[in-house]
Design a protein around this ligand. Structure first.
Ligand SMILES: CC(C)(COP(=O)(O)OP(=O)(O)OC[C@H]1O[C@@H](n2cnc3c(N)ncnc32)[C@H](O)[C@@H]1OP(=O)(O)O)[C@@H](O)C(=O)NCCC(=O)NCCS
Length: 187
């Protein structure tokens, strides 16, 4: 299976459009239209300096010219009681509804977790639902229950995540207790 990747700082309009179309097929009931999702994808990388490493990236699988599975990683430095953590913010993970169960979900999340395994990040951190939790547990992630805040947000004491389940990868490394400061919006 060929996995394509791109740096989100230099994503083309055409790739952003194809990924946006996939995200709308996955989350059709959201108020986010293809145009909204496309412009969000074009903006995601702009918060990073051109030479900053590791890079914000998209990973995807294309079949017959259409993107059918996607994941993205946003580098973040977050605060914890034991010090800052360099994390891979995993986001926009999905497989086209008619392509599920083929292993594409695992294949497209793995490159992000591989970046952690090779030491580019200490952990991956992401939000999900109870329904999808077992999918990530199979990949070696586990749920965290730390209080989460965003000290840079208007509501400092509120978690910037909207989904109920917050997970980290890998599950077998020591993870701090206590409050996690995301220092920015959820993803
Ligand atoms: C979650 C999602 C990406 C899985 O994609 P997929 O291509 O079907 O996943 P895979 O075929 O790689 O499945 C891998 C394993 O996870 C399991 N799995 C997949 N989705 C699952 C779910 N919703 N609940 C429980 N297990 C699930 C599969 O049974 C499979 O297990 P196996 O290896 O024992 O057979 C896909 O269902 C999806 O896009 N969902 C909607 C969007 C979403 O929720 N994204 C995640 C947001 S954080």
């Amino acid at each position: 299976m060929h996995i394509e990747s791109l740096d989100l700082r230099t994503i083309s309009d055409a790739d952003a459009l194809q990924i946006a179309e996939l995200l709308v097929r996955i989350w059709p009931n959201s108020e986010k239209t293809v145009a909204v999702r496309q412009s969000q994808l074009l903006e995601l990388g702009q918060k990073y300096a051109p030479d900053e490493k590791p890079a914000p990236q998209s990973f995807f699988i294309r079949e017959s010219g259409q993107i059918i599975a996607h994941s993205a990683v946003l580098p973040r430095s977050i605060g914890s009681p034991t010090g800052d953590l360099k994390i891979a913010g995993l986001t926009r993970v999905g497989t086209s509804p008619e392509q599920r169960g083929r292993g594409l979900g695992q294949i497209i999340v793995r490159p992000v977790f591989d970046l952690v395994d090779r030491g580019d990040y200490q952990f991956s951190l992401f939000q999900t639902t109870q329904q999808v939790r077992p999918f990530y547990e199979k990949l070696g992630a586990c749920v965290i229950d730390n209080p989460i805040v965003n000290s840079l947000g208007i509501e400092h004491q509120e978690s910037p995540f909207w989904d109920k389940v917050i997970m980290r990868y890998p599950s077998d490394q020591a993870w701090p207790q206590g409050e996690i400061d995301m220092r920015g919006p959820g993803y």
